[in-house]
Structure formats: structure tokens, C-alpha cells
Design a protein. Sequence first.
Length: 317
Amino acid sequence: MTKLREILRAACEKRASSAELSQLKNINASNWFQMPIVPAMLTDIISSSAYRSFELQASQLQKVDLASLNDNEKLLFFTNVYNITTVHGFIVKGLPGKNLYERTSFMRSSKYNVGGFVFSLVEIEHGILRAASSSPMLFGPFSASMAFSGKSLILILIAYYLLCIVYCLLLTHLSKLRFFVVIEKDNRLAFALKVPKPLVSFCLFTASGSSPPLVVLRDPMRVDDEMRRYSMSYMEKFVFIETHLITRAKTVWLPDLIRFYWKDFGGNRAKVLHNVMKLSNRDMQSKLDSVINSNSSVTVKPKVNFVSFDWSEMIVM
């Protein structure tokens, strides 16, 4: 996985502007690097000797003894495999798509042979890592504000999203491992995590503008701490509080990943905000606490809204 990050970094350096190069040299928890994925970048990667070496190493995943892994090791291993499969997938198959349908197709068709079993991205995420968690909520528990102009546009968008929902629901209900079709005795069921790990959502690289950075989980003994650290970094980037200029009403903006997996983070406004506060840095914790727990008799509960997920194809490190 580290080798793949180095390959991507080299490809970015070759195509980056001077400003992007400066940003690339100063990557840290609060300073991410983002760069659009372009076909020329993929061509550079495929023609490199480092990539050919990576492919040889990746083929060794077929020999992994999955039965020997405990839950922490499975969490770490399959998270890293997911991220490898995502990157390898768009290198080989091309850009992963800019909407839900294209992304779902990419996730179902991008597969790795691991320990003699074939897993797609959908199967790794929802069959293994999120097997004990809730199914995603495409539109969340309550609607974020949306503004469309024109009746025809509204009808087209409604029809499009309904088709996407039906498509995803069919995938969900046809499988016992969440989003993929398996028979009851599918041997892959043995590798599914038994305990919910909601923070894994902030460690899965999706090659999009709203994706968590491409990370490597390293220590199975401290994997929960690692995931918490990456989750806090994600919250720092996407959580903020907006104050209305006239009414002074507060709106807490949360990342769309929280909306997708609302039940995992508490299932109601109060619990979700409390859990987000625990994953925030000290400054944001203080701000959220003042908004959520204000003793003022005239204080209105803060509105919750979501930062729309950006599906544009991006390298994020």
C-alpha cells in the first residue's frame, strides 16, 4: 500500500503545477493534497517500472491466509485492500465516474482475489467491513435543503435518483452480505466483522473530491486509534458552524458521509451531534458544545445540514 502511495505521488509530481507541488510537499493531518485524476496521469503510472513491480506484489494477496486473521487484523487488512483496489481499479479501468450509478458500477466491477476468494469493492465495504453496521441512507433522516429551478429539471432529477435508489436497494436485498449477491453458505461470510466499526468510513479512499485521503492502517493493536485520528482529520475539514446574519440562528454543517451512515453515528440529531463533537478538535468541540448545550432560554436548536458529497474524480493524500 505504501508503494502504491509513492507511485501516485510520483505521478502527481509529474503533472502538478508549482502551487500543487508546494502543497504536495506539506501534506499533514490538516493539510490535504488534492489533484484531479486525468488520463495522462494514468498513462504515466502504467508505463512506470514501479507500477509493474507493484502489480507483482499485489498478486501475492491471493496467498493470504484469511482464516488466521482476528477481527482487528481483518479490519486493518481489508481497509488497506479496499484502498488498493480502488486505486488499482481506476488505473486499469479508467476514471471511476462522477455519479452514484457510475460509481456503483465501478465498485461492483473492481475486484481482487484475496486468499483465493474474489471480493469487489462493494463486497469489501458492505460485506466485510460494514457487515455489522447499518445500510447507507441515500437521503438521510431528513432532507438537506435543495433548490432546483424548472419543473422538468425536478422531474428528471427525481426520476434519476429513484432509479439509483431502486438499483441500490435491489443490490442490498439480493444479498446477505449487504450489497452483493451471495448464497447462504458463501464461505466469505466467515470474514465479515461482527462488531460495527463506523469510523472505517473515514478511512476508505473513494478517489473523489469528498473522499478521505489515501491512508495506510499499520498497527492492528492500535487500529481503532488510527481510525479515530483519521476521522478527526476528516471532521476538521468538513464540519463547520454557520450563523445567520439577521436571525443569528446556527446551522451545523456535517459531511455527507454522516448522512449516508446516520444510524451508525447515533440515529438522531442529538446523538449524532454529540458523536461528531467527540471526533472534533478542541476548538470545534468548544464551538459545538456552546451551540448544542447552550442554557439560554431563547436559544433555538441548531439546524443540521450536509456538505454535498463531491463525486469528481480526485487523488486525495
